[in-house]
Design a protein around this ligand. Structure first.
Ligand code: GDP
Length: 140
């Protein structure tokens, strides 16, 4: 498996509780390298674009409100099989179903306020990375 990149967000519930470093420790322990990272306040427009795939879902408004409720940390992670590996480290969307040792098991508050985002496929990873980073901000 070749080196791959994925897009990550440390969500408002985690940044508010000062868990950025704790999440990053789990990312690095899993063998993923943080090759770009910045703390931003997402705008409503950015959050709506980012989660456009969910716009018909009943929780869309709540999700957008949550994502702009406090700063987030956007990241690019690099490693062997990084997309699947990060999904494993994140754990299930609902923390009640997340496996021991995962970020969501350790830190998530609920199915909505679940501490992290990670891309689900190479195509979405490329789109998501390009929404928040220019090429010269990513240093592998
Ligand atoms: P993910 O890929 O594991 O992040 O999950 P999805 O792509 O299915 O959902 C995207 C995000 O929407 C999740 O990470 C949650 O923050 C949020 N979400 C998903 N399901 C629900 C829900 O039932 N209620 C609320 N409030 N938020 C949800």
């Amino acid at each position: 498996m070749a080196l791959q990149r994925t897009f990550s967000i440390i969500k408002p519930d985690a940044t508010e509780r000062n868990l950025t470093g704790a999440v990053n420790a789990k990312i690095e322990e899993a063998g993923l390298r943080i090759v770009a990272q910045k703390r931003i306040q997402m705008t409503r427009g950015q959050a709506e674009t980012f989660y456009a795939v969910h716009k018909e879902r009943p929780f869309f408004g709540e999700l957008v409100d949550f994502m702009i409720s406090a700063p987030v940390v956007v990241q690019v992670l690099e490693g062997e099989d990084a997309i699947a590996k990060y999904r494993d480290v994140m754990g299930a969307t609902n923390p009640e179903q997340a496996a021991e040792g995962t970020i969501r098991k350790a830190f998530a508050k609920s199915i909505g306020e679940n501490s992290v985002h990670g891309s689900d496929a190479p195509e979405t990873a490329a789109i998501e990375i390009a929404q928040f980073f220019s090429g010269n901000e990513i240093v592998g």
